[in-house]
Design a protein around this ligand. Structure first.
Ligand code: MGD
Ligand code: MGD
Ligand code: MO
Length: 732
């Protein structure tokens, strides 16, 4: 990105006067150093701030089909998108068009639909609060709640689970709580790669004697081991081994494991009543304990050990740590949320916290660590297919219209609706809907049946190549770019994992004069769509909102609770905390005002003798579907992404050697899906478990294989068989 430009950009990452790092949702400390970014944040920034651009000539030269043969890595390397582009029906290439024409085309398509529910408006969690608020307002004025977002594939299970049992769908801790925790349990999360700044928080905790338990099928670098000390020690100084206890649970073995830990705690309470459980808390703040405990007593240790893959004495060690800790924080990410029983996973974590009153108290609580840097804020702004009635009421009141109440499509249902022809216009504000979603072949068919697909994107990706009959690419300003409207430099705001809302302002000169801010794109589209029709939208002054983001924030303040004096408080360095009744007052906003214990059955995935359970995970060199490089340094993988990690004994039993080419076949209710030419790598992973990278393995994930209640694709529970490849050519 150029030395000066690069230096300028990095010095502004996560600074109080700078921009929010697009890398992840981990919060920034109140006291900031000069450098508040990590290696992977720097990669994310460099990827966006590159000076390399994609020109009109590029699209003249390459057809969609030719581009489709290039790798994701190559696509991402081509530079920033700089002009609105249009692929007319029946054509093989994109061609440039003016912004006004682009908005006009989308508007025409939208206005031709019989029913507003035939349009879908997707959001990826990088979108700012201001753009997100305007986008959902536009969609609802137009008449639909079809607002799926990346969260549907991500932490939806956490939101659904927590809302049900504790009354709010967000975490209950602040960064400061980590300084007071006696134990931190990290479940199904790989912070060394995906939330590297969390490692310094963990390091501080470990140094003052906090016990850290990592529950993960893999010994991930950073938490459980240092494969390349020279790299991790940049972060941690010499050799702070973070983890006190590492439990290499089987994939989807967390419900049995947590039950085991809690069963042991219950057992010790029985032996020494009053020493383990916080009975006062349980009585005053919770319900459902008796039936929860009765269920737990019935479950056998054999089932627990078999289901989790963890011996009983190791489970006891975890229980001892829990009992010895005055305060516990549980953090988790995708290893919990992308299974059929994902909601159960998260609710077991909550059970575990409730047992000793580890919630709504200093140094303790639930911390689902968010992925995208503003995925939490987008939800707060109303990006959801199932808005709560209170939100719709205030939106309707302040914007003087009747918002639709019919439930919209989430990501999986959006794909099905397009496949069935029920939805024909698809728009994405950021992201890579095609590659991030499951069942690649089915999803490709779904998108190609649309009349129009629109992608608002900074960088080229596969969603631009698998399109509806007509397709548009609209290039926005990114986080790092200066956003000037009506001669005034604007800023936007984002909400991090801990509910802190803060300003984010780009400082780099945009690489092209044609880029528009996301706010401007949404506002201009609304104007174009509603230009010739009468309706409640006439009362909205889109030009004013687009021209000064303070006006959008004033509107948000009136609609979304917790944003009082938004414009004033957002200007304070470091921003402000949104209210959180559990954290602030130990109040559980459920119907009964109490937190609920819940009992969940053990997972019921039964593997046939030759079958494995596969998880699809991230390498160290990717940001979701954006591939920065072909290595996965911490796991020792070089120049290849079509790899499958397998237990050595499982390999030996099948006569497989390191480097052998194999094909993977997934099995779901009699259906099979195949992904050819993966390379086997022996790895310390529990037996009958295998791991591959997302998005290469998404073709194996059945569209119908989703989590109960949250409808999240089961990207970490795919039943597969592994077959030696018939041919020997290697894919990169
Ligand atoms: N550099 C970088 N940073 C990122 C991202 C990125 O792609 N690159 N993506 C961002 C986004 S959107 C998100 S959501 C987060 C994702 O952050 P993570 O959730 O850390 O990402 P995954 O690679 O999906 O890793 C899941 C972890 O869960 C473990 N796991 C899988 N199945 C199970 C299970 O059944 N039980 C248990 N206990 N563990 C399991 C895996 O071994 C792995 O360590 O990161 C965000 N930050
Ligand atoms: N198998 C499997 N599938 C998964 C997962 C998994 O673990 N396994 N994880 C799931 C998860 S957790 C998530 S969050 C989703 C991610 O789903 P998405 O959020 O849809 O995908 P990303 O890869 O993050 O999107 C990258 C694209 O966003 C665009 N972009 C980047 N910055 C900006 C910006 O500032 N503005 C705009 N308008 N566009 C921008 C670029 O064009 C880039 O190509 O994938 C999910 N899919
Ligand atoms: Mo995510």
């Amino acid at each position: 990105m150029g030395l000066v430009r690069g230096g300028q950009a990095l010095l502004k990452v996560n600074q109080k006067e700078g921009f929010d790092c697009p890398g992840c949702g981990w919060p920034d400390p109140d006291e900031r150093g000069m450098v508040e970014f990590c290696e992977n944040g720097a990669k994310a920034v460099a990827h966006e701030a590159t000076k390399k651009v994609i020109t009109e000539e590029f699209f003249e030269r390459w057809s969609l089909e030719e581009l489709g043969r290039q790798s994701d890595y190559w696509l991402g390397q081509q530079g920033r998108l700089t002009r609105p582009m249009w692929k007319p029906e029946g054509r093989t290439h994109y061609q440039p068009l003016a912004w006004e024409e682009a908005f006009g085309k989308i508007a025409d398509h939208l206005n031709q639909l019989d029913n507003p529910n035939e349009a879908i408006f997707y959001t990826s969690g990088r979108t700012s609060n201001e753009a997100a608020f305007l986008y959902q307002l536009f969609a609802r004025l137009y008449g639909t709640n079809n607002l799926p977002d990346s969260s549907n594939m991500c932490h939806e299970s956490s939101g659904v689970a927590m809302k049900e049992v504790i009354g709010i769908g967000k975490g209950t801790v602040t960064l400061e709580d980590f300084q007071h925790a006696d134990a931190i349990f990290i479940l199904g999360q790989n912070p060394g790669t995906n939330h590297p700044r969390m490692l310094s928080t963990l390091q501080q905790a470990a140094r003052r004697g906090c016990r850290i338990v990592s529950i993960n099928p893999l010994p991930e670098a950073g938490t459980t081991r240092f494969i390349h000390p020279q790299e991790v020690t940049q972060w941690l100084g010499k050799g702070t081994l973070l983890t006190t206890l590492f439990l290499p649970v089987k994939i989807n073995g967390d419900v049995p494991l947590l039950k085991g830990i809690m069963k042991e705690m219950l057992h010790q309470e029985d032996q020494n009543p009053g020493t383990v459980l916080d009975t006062k808390f349980i009585q005053q703040y919770t319900e459902g304990f008796e039936s929860f405990a009765a269920e737990l007593r019935k479950i056998s240790w054999d089932d627990i050990v078999e289901g989790s893959g963890i011996p009983r004495d190791e489970i006891q060690k975890a229980a001892d740590i829990a009992i010895g800790a005055k305060s516990i924080i549980c953090t988790w990410a995708m290893g919990m949320t992308q299974h059929k029983n994902a909601v159960g996973n998260v609710q077991e974590i909550i059970n575990f916290l409730l047992l000793r009153g580890n919630i709504g108290r200093k140094g303790s609580g639930a911390c689902p660590v968010r992925g995208h840097s503003n995925v939490q804020g987008d939800r707060t702004m109303g990006i959801t297919e199932k808005p709560d009635p209170q939100f719709l009421n205030s939106l309707g009141r302040e914007c003087q219209f009747q918002p639709p109440t019919q439930r919209g499509y989430d990501a999986v249902n959006a794909i099905k609706a397009m496949h069935e022809g029920k939805a024909t216009v698809f728009m994405a504000l950021g992201g890579n809907f095609f590659s991030a979603t499951p069942d690649t072949a089915y999803t490709a068919e779904a998108l190609s049946r649309c009349r129009l697909t629109v992608q608002v994107s900074t960088k080229l990706n596969r969603a631009h190549l698998v399109t509806g009959k007509e397709a548009l690419i609209l290039p926005p300003l990114g986080r790092t770019d200066k956003d000037v409207q009506q001669s005034t430099l604007q800023f936007v705001s984002t909400e991090n994992t801990m509910g802190v809302v803060q300003a984010s302002q780009g400082h780099l000169d945009p690489v092209s004069p044609y880029l528009k801010s996301e706010v401007n794109i949404v506002g201009s589209l609304a104007k174009a769509t509603f230009r010739n029709t009468q309706g409640p939208w006439e009362k909205i002054n889109w030009d004013r909102l687009m021209g000064n983001y303070d006006d959008i924030r004033n509107l948000i303040e009136r609609v979304v609770p917790g944003h009082e004096h938004y414009n004033e408080r957002i200007r304070k360095p470091g921003g402000f905390y949104l209210p959180n009744p559990i954290r602030d007052e130990r109040k559980f906003p459920t119907l009964t005002g109490k937190a609920h214990f819940t009992a969940h059955p053990l997972p019921d995935i039964k593997l046939e003798p030759e079958q494995f359970l596969m998880m699809t995970i991230r390498s160290h060199d990717q940001y979701n579907t954006t591939i920065y490089g072909l290595d996965d340094r911490y796991r020792g993988v070089k120049s290849g992404r079509r790899v499958v990690f397998m237990n050595q004994t499982d390999m030996d039993e099948r006569g497989l050697a390191k480097g052998d080419p194999v094909d993977l076949v997934s099995h779901y209710h009699g259906q099979t899906r195949k992904a050819a030419q993966f390379t086997v790598i022996p790895y310390p992973i529990p037996r009958t478990c295998v791991a591959t990278y997302f998005p290469e393995a998404n073709v194996l994930i059945p569209i119908d294989s989703v989590a109960d209640k949250s409808n999240t694709p089961t990207s970490k529970s795919v039943v597969v068989t592994v077959h030696p490849s018939s041919t020997h050519s290697r894919h990169p």
